[in-house]
Design a protein around this ligand. Structure first.
Ligand SMILES: [Zn+2]
Length: 303
């Protein structure tokens, strides 16, 4: 079993990408219409399809595949998935749409940023243009409940969050960080080109929705949503302060990383786990810190 009911009309599918449990998930929302949140990466599409079968979802009944953004781990598998779902359309931010239609540049940049991790995720296949609905804000009626779309930039210049009205929970994509259910802890996911100001504004927008739950793509459901969002905001502000000081005082990447691990209690608690993890050692302790340094350099006019 790799599916789980996590709310009214709502199911989680663990994609177990690359054999890693609790790394990436997709969600199934079932009103009169069926909607998926996140296609996940190309390599996990077979797993997602198995999950749909386990939930007795008929492939022709899936109306929408909503992707929070086009990074490989969230929307990379959309083109491959649509071959199995004959009637589904992909919801994506207009700025993300060109990368679904022609994923060439997305794949090239993923290979240079994510290195071996991009191979674990797999190469994205194109999505036919006529099967995409570009949306930055809007409402989709699913029959019995709705999906409301919010633009929540910062992590990416096209990250969307979705609120579902069956349970009043939010799918933040990567706008609310990475959640580790084993530790009940959240850490930043802020690869370049990260925008701290936009990320903080997005968190305010999500807090104002007063959601009852967050459904993280990495990974799973957290019930104390507003507190999690507030804590994440505080954490981003701390990292922002450390990166700005580090850049001003010309500290090395390693020194800035060390300061974060010392001053951020959550990072401190997770340090050994992250350092030993094949994927998080590269992303959480590498790309994420680089995103903050890049943002700080821009603010200081050093880029
Ligand atoms: Zn992600």
């Amino acid at each position: 079993m790799h599916t789980k009911a996590i709310g009214r009309n709502l199911y989680l599918i663990d994609l177990e990408t690359g054999g890693f449990k609790n790394l990436i998930c997709s969600y199934v929302l079932r009103g009169e219409k069926t909607l998926l949140v996140e296609s996940g990466p190309t390599s996990s599409v077979p797993r997602l399809v198995e999950g749909l079968k386990e939930l007795n979802v008929k492939f022709e009944d899936v109306e929408y595949v909503a992707v929070t953004h086009v990074h490989l781990d969230h929307g990379g598998g959309a083109g491959t998935l649509l071959k199995t779902l004959p009637n589904a359309k992909v919801l994506v931010h207009p700025h993300g749409m060109p990368h679904l239609v022609d994923p060439t540049r997305l794949w090239e940049s993923a290979q240079s940023v994510l290195k071996y991790v991009s191979e674990i995720f797999g190469k994205p296949e194109p999505v036919p243009k006529d099967r995409i609905i570009p949306v930055s804000e809007g409402v989709f009626d699913l029959g019995g409940g709705k999906l409301q779309v919010y633009e929540t930039l910062g992590h990416a210049s096209h990250n969307l969050s979705f609120l579902e009205t069956f349970n009043n929970g939010v799918f933040p994509g990567d706008a609310a960080g990475t959640y580790f259910p084993e530790f009940d802890a959240v850490i930043p996911t802020t690869p370049p080109p990260f925008r701290l100001d936009a990320a903080l504004a997005s968190l305010d927008k999500l807090i104002s929705l007063q959601p009852t739950a967050l459904y993280y793509s990495h990974f799973g459901k957290a019930s104390n949503a507003v507190q999690q969002l507030r804590d994440y905001k505080t954490q981003l502000q701390l990292w922002g302060k450390i990166a700005a000081e580090g850049v001003r005082e010309k500290r090395s990447f390693e020194e800035i990383c060390e300061t974060i691990l010392e001053e951020d209690k959550v990072m401190n608690q997770l340090a050994d786990y992250l350092k030993g993890h094949e994927i998080y050692s590269l992303t959480a302790l590498g790309n994420t810190v680089e995103g903050f340094i890049g943002y700080a350099k821009n603010v200081e006019g050093l880029n």
